[in-house]
Design a protein around this ligand. Structure first.
Ligand SMILES: [Zn+2]
Length: 291
């Protein structure tokens, strides 16, 4: 397992100039060393028994949904497509598990591929007029031939936050979490909201607390299907909680020592694994960020 935050650490040059050039893109697909990331029902295909991707050397015949991921340092084009794990000679692995196992740059490629291909599968028709749309720009656009509308792949911002006060941080558990598991609170940013306003609203709704200051820590693409997790620390105005038990089963203020024990797997509660940004948010706070 890599000890990095999952789905970050991409090295491919997304080469936007190539996306706009259909002829150059077609040529890139025919490049003798071109590599194709295979997704089998949105699960990345790995080399059997190994922690690396099973890249295909050519697009499968009749494959129309091939998206451009970028160029590596040697200029080799990388793409992603749907395919069958067995035909590709590998094994399909749940994308979360793959994110924890793969080298960082391959995990980042999976995040881009999974979000893009899933978006194309769910956006075959124009939201303006209902006509079938066509993929363009290597997968970073769908165009409607009937009304001319252009549709871009979406990214959905989510705030994930650790409220803190006097050496304690707030963690919570949702009813669906595994036994003993607690994490940072999170929620989608709504239209017309800043990140700071979304954090304040979520903490008021879920925990009944007010916040004074919000401090950005890190972000992470989370391709289920296309979230961008924005991790922050928030200074809470008080300790008193009024939990929303529709969303959360339990809320807890934890000390740095309790948090460190949980991160190291020896606490009386379980913290998120290194794959998740919540792990790094907790770790950043334990190490003194936010004081
Ligand atoms: Zn249209």
């Amino acid at each position: 397992m890599t000890a990095a935050m999952g789905f970050t650490g991409g090295v491919l040059d997304r080469a936007p100039h190539l996306r706009a050039d259909e002829a150059a893109l077609a040529e890139a697909r025919r490049h003798p060393q071109a590599r194709f990331l295979v997704l089998d029902r949105l699960k990345p295909v790995l080399v059997r028994g190994e922690d690396r991707l099973q890249w295909a050397s050519a697009a499968a015949g009749g494959q129309d949904l091939v998206v451009f991921l970028g160029l590596d340092a040697a200029g080799v084009p990388h793409f992603a497509m749907e395919g069958d794990a067995e035909q590709a000679g590998g094994v399909a692995v749940d994308a979360r598990a793959a994110g924890a196992r793969l080298p960082a740059w391959e995990g980042a490629a999976v995040a881009l591929a999974r979000s893009l291909i899933d978006w194309h599968r769910r956006h075959g028709f124009c939201a303006a007029c209902g006509a079938p749309t066509r993929m363009a720009r290597g997968g970073f656009l769908r165009r409607c031939p009937a009304c001319g509308a252009e549709h871009f792949p979406r990214v959905d911002p989510v705030v994930i936050m650790l409220a803190e006060r006097d050496g304690h941080a707030l963690v919570g558990r949702q009813p669906g979490f595994p036994p003993g598991f607690f994490s940072a609170l999170a929620g989608f940013v709504e239209p017309g909201e800043s990140v700071e306003e979304a954090v304040a609203r979520e903490l008021r709704e879920e925990a009944g607390i007010g916040v004074r200051a919000v401090r950005y820590v890190a972000s992470q693409p989370w391709p289920f299907p296309s979230s961008l997790m924005i991790g922050v620390l928030a200074a809470a105005e008080g300790f008193e909680l009024r939990p929303d038990f529709e969303e959360l089963e339990e809320l807890r203020w934890v000390s740095r020592l309790e948090c460190l024990a949980a991160l190291d797997g020896r606490g009386d509660w379980r913290a998120p694994p290194p794959l998740a940004i919540a792990h790094w948010l907790l770790r950043a706070w334990v190490e003194g960020l936010g004081d």
